[in-house]
Write a protein that binds this ligand. Sequence first.
Ligand SMILES: Nc1ncnc2c1ncn2[C@@H]1O[C@H](COP(=O)(O)OP(=O)(O)O)[C@@H](O)[C@H]1O
Ligand SMILES: [Mg+2]
Length: 236
Amino acid sequence: MTTPIIKMQQLNKVFSTDDMLTHALLDIDIEIQQGEYISISGPSGCGKSTLLSIMGLLDSPTTGRYFFEGVDVTKLSLEQAAAIRNKKIGFIFQQFNLIDELSVYANIALPLRYAKHPASDKKIKENVDYCLDLVGMTAKAGHRPTQLSGGQQQCIAIARALVAEPSILLVDEPTGNLDSKSSDQIIAILETLNNQGTTLCVVTHDKRYAEMAKRKVYLLDGQILGQTRLEHQGMF
Ligand SMILES: Nc1ncnc2c1ncn2[C@@H]1O[C@H](COP(=O)(O)OP(=O)(O)O)[C@@H](O)[C@H]1O
Ligand SMILES: [Mg+2]
């Protein structure tokens, strides 16, 4: 078996605020292999976003081990963690976080322009055009985000997350701001991306979307309750 993209062992996260301790994650053991489509679901406050933030090197665990592509990332400096994050991880959030003053094209190009080693204009154009096509938004390249619907803006956010060719897409409640038709379209795009090889970890409290993933992880009160996997033979 190849090295997993993500491997967490006995991972815990405790937040301390004023005089209160919140045990947000409790002894999490999880592996994500290349090419997987995994959903993490559970009720509000169960630790989904905390888990995704730690996976995405936006936060660190209180205790436990975390290996990203085989590298122990709990020992890295903030700068080293940021370098891995920018190069290897694509994020999609409920808020689209697009810059209204920039064109769609320029928004998608941002991760490549501001990389530690910025890509050439030719490479940027190749990747942006490719990602625009993947999400069916080629015709919108010159638009401003404010001229697009919510669903279209989320498509642009997906293209931006993909443009630097990350190892994994971490997705937190991608449909939280969308009507049901746009939500279905976004989930369909994510599914297509996975079928083309993109590794996906999608956090959602929406059971219907969680069920569409090939592997499902359920969280409750910071603990993994159970997992199911959809194989060619069916569910087991
Ligand atoms: N920065 C923080 N400081 C203190 N408590 C936090 C912080 N972030 C999350 N929590 C707490 O950790 C628990 C899990 O939160 P979160 O991961 O956001 O849940 P979910 O995404 O499943 O709704 C909650 O009890 C929440 O209040
Ligand atoms: Mg959340």
